[in-house]
Write a protein that binds this ligand. Structure first.
Ligand code: SAH
Ligand code: SF4
Length: 356
């Protein structure tokens, strides 16, 4: 056990798929793994936690991902679209609170595509913040327009790197397509954010190890990892939710495999467990994304049920609440834009044979 932790810490590139499956299967390793991930996070990234204010500006979606409450076929959900000026106003508020990244997230909603989004980005860039998009899959030409308008990052979780499971969960699309979107975004100069759910039906250690290997292979700049939480108005309503321990393990392993990757303590972690985000920060995470979606829209962005921060009377409170959360675990809320740290990976002992 000691040896594998040492390998993960010193030569993460050399850890094999089979070894990752074994680690994911073995609960006896968990505490050592969490500790090692926390140490690696501290060594490479220090104690700062990046804040990213997220605006969920539309819950309209043309797709039908089996797990998601926003899926087009969910007729029970009342849909909304924020206007461009409402979005920009909200971004201004985020900037005024000293949060240096604005994340724009939505269902796959053709309504704003691509010009309205470009104009929104241009205006938000005037507030001296980084802009992250999370809008789903669009033609390369759109990604270009948004990059030219000033967008910096794109979150597009790969969801699962098992092609068979991916196909089951995403009617009419394939893992190969998802991967090609991520590669396109990377080529265009975005920082990319892959990531997966943990505890999807049909997903065990073998599939989760594929996720880890995939994220290492594409060298994702960010990794969004959170438990699957079944939504009652989806085809997966009766399935079991993901476990806290396995989600923490995936976060810890991602940190060990990619020491400088930006990893959020996700809202789904906080929904699964009252201290889920704190625990994630102690197992390798270094980012938190306060929900800055204004009411009354916020409650309607129901990816999954029980989502935290829905019923706050003051819809700006998540900014101060997350700062408190960060301090409560002895960390420092960062005032920076929070790009991925570059050029410190070579402190790692590389996998090359010494004779080469
Ligand atoms: N439409 C965009 C962004 C919004 S969805 C996209 O799909 O990329 C944001 C994320 O919510 C998804 O990537 C998915 O991983 C997560 N999500 C959706 N339904 C979920 C559920 N039932 N449990 C946990 N996470 C879920
Ligand atoms: Fe739409 Fe994204 Fe939900 Fe899929 S995960 S249904 S693309 S909002």
């Amino acid at each position: 056990m000691k040896e594998i932790i040492e390998k993960l810490t010193k030569r993460p590139d050399s850890v094999t798929y089979e070894e990752l499956v074994d680690i994911l299967r073995d609960p006896a390793i968990d505490e050592d793994l969490f500790k090692a991930a926390d140490e690696v996070r501290k060594k490479y990234l220090g104690d700062e936690v990046f804040l990213r204010g997220i605006i969920e500006f539309s819950n309209v979606c043309r797709r039908n991902c089996l797990y998601c409450g926003l899926r087009a076929q969910n007729k029970k959900l009342s849909r909304y679209r924020m206007t461009p000026s409402e979005i920009v106003e909200r971004a201004k508020l985020i900037a005024q609170k000293g949060i240096k990244t604005v994340v724009l997230q939505s269902g796959e909603d053709p309504y704003y595509m691509p010009d309205a989004i470009a104009e929104i980005i241009q205006k938000i860039k005037g507030f001296d913040v980084a802009v992250t998009l999370s809008l789903g899959e669009w033609p390369e030409s759109y990604y270009r327009v948004w990059k030219d308008a000033g967008a910096d990052r794109y979150l597009m979780r790969h969801e699962t790197a098992s092609p068979a499971l991916y196909a089951k969960l995403h009617p009419g699309s394939s893992f190969e397509e998802r991967e090609s979107h991520l590669l396109t975004l990377k080529r265009l100069g975005y920082e990319i954010g892959a990531g997966c759910m943990v505890g999807l039906p049909g997903q065990g250690p073998e599939e989760l190890a594929l996720d880890l290997v995939f994220m290492r292979e594409i060298d994702t700049d960010m990794a969004g990892i959170g438990p699957f939480i079944p939504h009652p108005d989806t085809p997966l309503a009766k399935e079991k939710k993901g476990s806290l321990r396995m989600s923490l393990k995936m976060i810890a392993l991602t940190r060990l495999l990619m020491p400088t990757c930006n990893i959020p303590a996700t809202t789904a972690m906080g929904t699964l467990h009252p201290r889920g985000r704190e625990l994630a920060l102690k197992c390798g995470a270094n980012v938190i994304m306060p929900n800055m979606t204004p009411s009354p829209y916020r409650a309607k962005y129901q990816l999954y049920p029980g989502k935290i921060c829905i019923f706050e009377s003051d819809d700006t409170i998540c900014a101060s609440c997350t700062v408190r959360l960060i301090k409560s675990v002895g960390r420092i809320p960062s005032k920076s834009k929070g790009f991925r740290k570059r050029g410190i990976e070579n402190e790692l002992v590389h996998t090359q044979h010494p004779c080469q």
